[in-house]
Design a binder for this molecule. Structure first.
Ligand code: ADE
Length: 233
């Protein structure tokens, strides 16, 4: 899968892309992440990418010309490829959206900055708008990384365990069950006996029960949406 990221600050991405699972996925050719600096398409001597808002008021607005030119140069003018704007006004990002996006071969992510972007970018260039939460960040770079990361986990081969993304918190609509590893007793705190029993049917049952319990305690709002089975009550 290919991600084309349009940003004014490409340097903030590199350390994250060069670590851990995302680094390995890139090396294995499972994901291809390209960073484009919008400033490279600003034509004037100072490479200006922002300007004061018409109508007055504080803050600066991202100019349309360099953004259009960057996107058209990379994605073409007769575009089928989705271009998603990172904005607190977008639809709230969820695990479901991450999974849906992972089925698309190629997406563009546009990182907003300053007070906002010229509305003509939104109207004539953008195909989708996503927010990663009801708070405001200084730019769309962290949201683009969040989306790229959550989507990549669904691409076959990115996680060591092929079913890895299916068990996650939120994947089933519930929070994930608790995990334990060695030692069996740490500072007097034992691992639950059931996990050492070798009885996989019972372990699956216990884990599902723990997921239900956790979700009820920590995120009761999620239980309302969850399609429960016969024994879940
Ligand atoms: N840009 C600034 N804040 C944002 C948010 N919460 N989600 C997506 N993009 C943003």
């Amino acid at each position: 899968m290919r991600f084309d990221i349009f940003t004014l600050f490409p340097e903030v991405f590199q350390p994250y892309l060069d670590a851990s699972i995302i680094k390995r996925a890139r090396q294995n050719g499972l994901i291809d992440i390209n960073l484009y600096n919008i400033r490279d398409w600003a034509k004037d001597r100072h490479h200006t990418t922002d300007d004061t808002p018409y109508g007055g008021g504080g803050g600066m607005v991202m100019k349309p010309e360099p953004v259009f030119e960057a996107v058209e140069a990379v994605l073409g003018t007769q575009r089928q490829i989705p271009l998603i704007l990172m904005t607190p006004q977008g639809r709230p990002f969820t695990q479901k959206i991450a999974k849906e996006l992972s089925t698309v071969q190629h997406i563009g992510l546009l990182c907003g900055h300053y007070e906002g972007i010229d509305e003509r970018i939104r109207e004539h260039l953008i195909t989708d708008e996503i927010s990663i939460g009801d708070y405001v960040l200084t730019g769309g770079e962290l949201p683009a990384l969040v989306i790229m990361d959550a989507v990549s986990r669904y691409i076959p081969g990115v996680l060591g365990d092929p079913t890895g993304a299916e068990d996650d918190s939120h994947a089933s609509g519930l929070l994930e069950y608790p995990h334990y590893t060695r030692p069996p007793v740490f500072r007097g705190w034992p691992v639950p006996d059931i996990l050492l029993s070798g009885n996989h049917a019972e372990i699956d049952r216990w884990r599902h029960e723990q997921s239900m319990k956790r979700t009820a305690e920590k995120r009761p709002d999620l239980l309302d949406k969850f399609q429960s089975g016969q024994d879940d009550e």
